[in-house]
Design a protein around this ligand. Sequence first.
Ligand code: PLP
Length: 397
Amino acid sequence: MSKHSKGMKLGTIAIHGGPQPDPRFGAVNVPIYQSSTFAFENAEDGAAKFKGERSGYIYTRIGNPTINALEEVAAELEGGCCSVALSSGMGAMSTLCFAVLKQGDHVVATHSLYGPSRLFIEKHMSRYGVTSTFLDTSDVQAVKDAIRPETKMIYIETPANPTMLVSDIQALAQVAHEAGAILVVDNTFASPILQRPLSLGADIVLHSVTKFINGHSDVVGGLLIAKDKEWGKKLRMAMKAVGTNMDPHQAYLVVRGIKTLKIRVLAAQENAKRMARLLDEHPAVEWVKYPGLDSHPQKDLVDKQMDGPGSLIAFELKGGYEAGKKLLDNIQIPVLAVSLGGVESLIQHPASMTHASMNHEERLSAGITDGLIRFSVGIEDGDDLIEDMRRVLDMLV
Ligand SMILES: Cc1ncc(COP(=O)(O)O)c(C=O)c1O
């Protein structure tokens, strides 16, 4: 914990967390140590660093001061002991599986995971003898029933992508621990500003840094944050072995993006609350799923485990996918693109885009209907976003 942010709130940690100012020359922003390798003082110094008897940097795949600055601030924000920064969210996913799983192990995971995350466990880990069960993890009893003696990991996304289903982190941590497994939470949708899974009993948090953490749609990156040192060490060993480390320049941009994390997340959330109300009341809309609406099936749980409902909305128009296509082609401000959590609003169609890697039946059983539209509300002026959406919805009635 940096001397500046000890005991401080998240908005302050985001700005002053980690080794800031830089210990070498007092640079207020973390310098980009764009070097693949680091010189030893002498032969004895090199040997001691390799043995782990002396701290210091050796080689950027193993560790780097700019990347380390990001890892420290991320661990502080999530309330973890330590973290590793990875080349992408999927780099985080593969590193996690490499660190946690072995042949014969079983995973229980949310059915509506981000498509490639599900594909990774279901199609790739299965080649190494890992089995998996995907189900609605908002149903704690269903998760308990799916546990087997060989279950090693419960992996959840909450809120889930793109169904907005919310799973009970505290209850699932207990289920996992009673079974001798760990609970891993993909906290990409909420960010630590709205939800801190480690404080609710989870063992590891995963982020696609590409989203809210960086926040400017200009970096692809990932993070794994561990509650305890034991898991922290295993994750770093896996990262070193698989070579999924982040690059120093990437890390610099993310540290810069994190400084505004709190105001971005809260501003987007305010816009999303207004947008969800508009969609909920408009006659062109069939249904809306947003954790901030009273109609959300886990509203009480949202209020209990989250500090706010966030800025992701799922909805379907009365005319299904055909009407959805018209909306995507006529809306002016949100960018028609995958990804989420940037300053700009992003809108997309999961069945043909982010979740196209799942087959039709898998998507339907996970609640991803053909007409579902996912809207990541940005921080543009809320009046403009509302006017733009109202204009298109009125056109579709
Ligand atoms: C919830 C979630 N987790 C993980 C990922 C994978 O992250 P990346 O695209 O940075 O590899 C994504 C990407 O969209 C995501 O939405």
